[in-house]
Every structure is written in structure tokens, then in C-alpha cells.
Design a protein around this ligand. Sequence first.
Ligand SMILES: Cc1cc2nc3c(=O)[nH]c(=O)nc-3n(C[C@H](O)[C@H](O)[C@H](O)COP(=O)(O)O)c2cc1C
Length: 199
Amino acid sequence: MVKVFVITYSTYGHVNTVAESVVKGLEKGGVEVGRYQIAETLSDEILTKMHAPPKADIPIIDPKNLPEADGFLFGFPTRYGTTPAQVKTFFDATGSLWTKQALAGKPAGFFFSTASQHGGQEVTVFTSLPILAHHGIIYVPFGYAHPHLFDNSEVVGGSAWGAGTVANGDGSRQPTQKELEIAEAQGENFASVAKKLAA
Ligand SMILES: Cc1cc2nc3c(=O)[nH]c(=O)nc-3n(C[C@H](O)[C@H](O)[C@H](O)COP(=O)(O)O)c2cc1C
């Protein structure tokens, strides 16, 4: 069975909530899912000052396990409009896989969270693409594959670049039903691409 890893970094849990819908969609699409999180790099002191809750009970991904997957969906919050340092640190530990191009030809997509509606959802993915390019990983966008992406009647996170949520500066906004439906559709669409590439 084709295997897709859903790998997240989340400080306050929004990305992990979106990930649950992504997983649902992947399973609906008929792939096996491995669920992992990226290790924290901030000190407990800083996390306490940030009012970060305890980490979710999700296994931490080891770079050496990446080749087991046929594809990856990475979820993370924006940091100043780009990739969080935790995610960069994780990829900085994948040099031996890069040397062997062990991940080349596998597909990957992204989903994300920002505090504000225009806080950098699209640019967060855009500026993460070089990591995929250097590994030879094939970027799979979501496209406009769900009608909610055309809905301007309310704030709806996500775009052609993937599912997303808008958390508010204080984290008080939780992923909405529409955002979660987009996330599920991204999972299902990604499963179909991963299965075709693995065939
Ligand atoms: C150092 C730092 C930088 C951030 N930069 C941005 C930003 O550029 N734009 C934005 O909308 N939110 C920004 N945020 C807010 C986070 O994206 C927000 O807390 C996150 O999306 C919530 O997701 P999580 O609950 O999965 O951690 C930043 C947060 C931190 C701690």
C-alpha cells in the first residue's frame, strides 16, 4: 500500500487540528498514513513565555525514516512569512539523504496556519520550495480544487498552495468547518497523486 507521511510542526495546535482532516482525506483516498511531528528547538523557558501548551502525543520524525514514505504532506505555522526554524533544522539534518537523492521523485505538499488573514500563507509555502527542489521532491499544489476557495463571504484560510487556517494573534480562532473540508480534500487529492506516482 502506498504510504504518505503527514509531518507537522505546531506550537499552539492549530496545524495539528488541520492535520487531522488531511489524514482523513488521505485515508479516504486509499493510502496508508504515518503521522509524525518535528522536534521542538526552542527552550522550555521560551516556550513558557510564549504560553505554548504541552506538545501533542505524536511521534517525532527521524530524518532517516523519510525514505520509508512514498510521499509527504508537511504542515506548519508561518514564522515571519516563511518556514519555521524547527522545520529548517529538521531539513538541515537530511544531508545524507540529499547526498544520495534518496527522496527524489517523491511527491510533497504543504498546509499551514497564520495568525492573520494576510500574514503570509502563500509566501510561507513559496519560500519553502527550495528545500523540495534540492531534494528532487516533486511539489504538489492543491490548485483551486475546492469551491470553498472561492468563498469570500467569510475568512477562509488556504489557497492553491494548500489548506490553511487563520489562528488570530492570540490563537483564539480555531480551524473552521470550511478550512477543514479544504484540508480533507487536499489529503484525498494528494493520495491520488501519490498512488499514480508510486504505480
Ligand atoms: C516568531 C513568530 C513569528 C510569526 N510570524 C507570523 C507572520 O509572519 N504572520 C502571521 O500571520 N502569523 C505569524 N505568527 C503567528 C503564527 O503563525 C501562529 O501562532 C500560528 O499560525 C498558529 O499555529 P499553531 O497553533 O499550529 O502553532 C508568528 C508567530 C511567531 C511565534
